[in-house]
Design a protein around this ligand. Structure first.
Ligand code: DQA
Length: 144
């Protein structure tokens, strides 16, 4: 499951100098193809609502999926509820950011997700999602 938070539906037109020209549909298509090669089913979702992301994390926790790839957008920096949801499930969560928040404004330096994530990939643009899917495949392999 690949979960995307607020404003990521606007990728491609939103601050392209920061987030690039790739749209979320482009990312979904590339991940689906990559997933086919890796034997992983990719289910990409986006919501501007914190509660939807929490419900989807719970849904992931109730299934036998390999991993959740999560770009929580600005909720990364604000949401204790998302952190608690991740702690509430056994599925590993891989945190992804297109930009490198550590190199940006100080309010982006805090992530409530990182301490409870299996790993973090940030600063590589849309490619970060592909790196995260490779990481999920590797985790599945080592869990066998
Ligand atoms: C982001 C970084 C966040 O700080 C920001 O609020 C976003 C996108 C990224 O992918 O770089 O919405 O998560």
């Amino acid at each position: 499951m690949v979960l995307n938070g607020p404003n990521l539906n606007l990728l491609g037109t939103r601050e392209p100098e920061v987030y690039g020209a790739t749209t979320l549909d482009d990312i979904a298509q590339a991940l689906t193809e990559q997933g086919d090669r890796l034997g992983l089913i990719v289910d990409l979702r986006q919501s501007n609502h914190e509660g939807h992301l929490i419900d989807w994390l719970h849904e992931a926790g109730a299934t036998n999926i390999t991993a959740v790839i999560l770009n929580a957008g600005a909720y990364t920096h604000t949401s204790v509820a998302l952190r608690d949801a991740i702690r509430s499930i056994a599925v590993p969560v891989i945190e992804v950011h297109l930009s490198n928040p550590a190199a940006r404004e100080s309010f982006r330096h805090i992530s409530h997700i990182s301490p409870v994530a299996a790993g973090v990939i940030q600063g590589f643009g849309a490619r970060g999602y592909a790196l995260a899917l490779d990481a999920a495949a590797a985790m599945r392999q080592s869990a066998r």
